[in-house]
Design a protein around this ligand. Structure first.
Ligand code: BTN
Length: 236
């Protein structure tokens, strides 16, 4: 597989999207610095030197409704790599990795499709490693490995995540979600808790009940209604 290792770029996701057509599935783009790191919902992602930022180009042969699971697959890969390094994290469905109740890692998967056919997906992962100065608001909700007392080798972490990603991706292509669902359930930071489900036009209070066999989040609203969410935004 090809890995594009850059010094500085606006966003590895943006770069990956530009080269996706002419590169194979499994191609990786990483950069030491992102000047315009992207988060979900048009937000930014602080991407100073010292963090790990990368995007994986994927051309999966699966139907569109399975694509959101790639975010869960990415989360499982980061979780497993951290576990090997004796760092105990939690997974906040759908796209954050949490360490000591604060956000350590964000995941942003973007897909491009023509009609119902998925031409490519870019899975972007950003991990806070070095001890950067977050602004006041961010300090309350985000952390870095160093801030939590973990000093690790960035390249070593990178390889570990890619190895787990490769392993889980092969399972994903075979529709074998079991091991990943088990990880998502056992290490969720939200199951059993009261959450808010945020959609474009409303925010509803709910309880996070389970991660179902497809990786959807099963929630129960205050009126008793239940729903299985494939993707979405939640807050605790
Ligand atoms: C989020 O927290 O909302 C998602 C953050 C995703 C950040 C990663 S860093 C590598 C890749 N490139 C980007 O611009 N964003 C993702």
């Amino acid at each position: 597989n090809t890995i594009f290792a850059l010094e500085e770029i606006d966003s590895t996701n943006e770069y990956a999207k530009k080269i996706a057509k002419n590169n194979k599935t499994g191609t990786v783009v990483t950069s030491n610095l992102q000047t315009s790191g992207k988060g979900r919902r048009g937000r930014g992602f602080v991407s100073e030197y010292g963090g790990l930022y990368f995007s994986i180009i994927l051309k999966p042969n699966v139907s569109i409704d399975k694509i959101p699971f790639l975010t869960q697959l990415s989360a499982c890969s980061v979780y497993k790599a951290m576990e090997e390094l004796k760092i105990s994290t939690k997974i906040k469905w759908p796209n954050d990795i949490i360490l000591n109740d604060k956000k350590l890692c964000g995941i942003l998967c973007e897909m491009s499709c023509e009609m119902d056919y998925v031409s490519y997906v870019v899975a972007g992962i950003g991990i806070n490693i070095a001890n950067v100065e977050f602004d006041e608001d961010l300090q309350k909700i985000a952390t870095t490995l160093e801030k939590e007392g973990h000093y690790i080798n960035k390249l070593d972490l990178f390889w570990r995540i890619l190895r787990h990603f490769d392993y889980f991706y092969k399972k994903f292509e075979k529709d074998d979600y079991n091991e990943m669902i088990d990880i998502l359930r056992k290490n969720s930071s939200i199951l059993g808790k009261k959450i808010s489900v945020i959609s474009l036009d409303q925010t509803r209070n709910a309880t996070a009940l389970d991660i179902d066999e497809k990786g959807f989040l099963k929630v129960q609203y205050e009126n008793g209604e239940t729903e299985h969410l494939n993707y979405g935004e939640i807050s605790i």
